[in-house]
Design a protein. Structure first.
Length: 143
């Protein structure tokens, strides 16, 4: 970890994520439970780490992943995560809660619909009770 925040947003996000991984894991686990995500999707084993079940993986940077279940990662902290992709401006201005909800909803829809592309196209219409900000992110990501 760095003594001072690194200048690159992705590096800064990952550094912060490592420092607060325990709290971020707890928050993401709650954010998965509240909207009714099936328990089987609450987190995944950290196969590149200690192998424990987790809802948050600090070292990963893409926002979230769908492996055995859903995991959020340091990409939720990076305002430039979607740089040069649809939704970049909306994502950059969103709150952390909105970003986490959007990531969880996207991964849930990817599991439900079967593909990443379908989750992008139909994510904003998720039946999950996500925040309005999360729904704006999902709509923007879908183009």
């Amino acid at each position: 970890m760095f003594d001072t925040p690194p200048p690159d947003p992705a590096d800064h996000a990952e550094d912060f994520a490592h420092r607060y991984a325990y709290d971020l894991d707890a928050n993401c686990a709650v954010r998965m439970a509240e909207p009714g995500i099936p328990e089987r999707l609450h987190g995944t084993r950290d196969l590149e780490g200690d192998g424990h079940w987790t809802a948050f993986i600090a070292r990963d940077r893409q926002g979230g992943s769908l492996l055995e279940g859903i995991a959020v990662n340091s990409g939720c902290l990076n305002p430039q995560l979607l740089k040069e992709k649809p939704g970049a401006r909306v994502y950059a201005g969103a709150t952390l809660r909105d970003r986490i909800d959007a990531i969880i909803a996207h991964e849930y829809e990817e599991d439900r619909l079967g593909t990443h592309e379908a989750a992008l196209t139909r994510g904003a219409t998720t039946a999950l009770p996500v925040t309005d900000g999360a729904r704006r992110i999902l709509k923007a990501m879908g183009g």
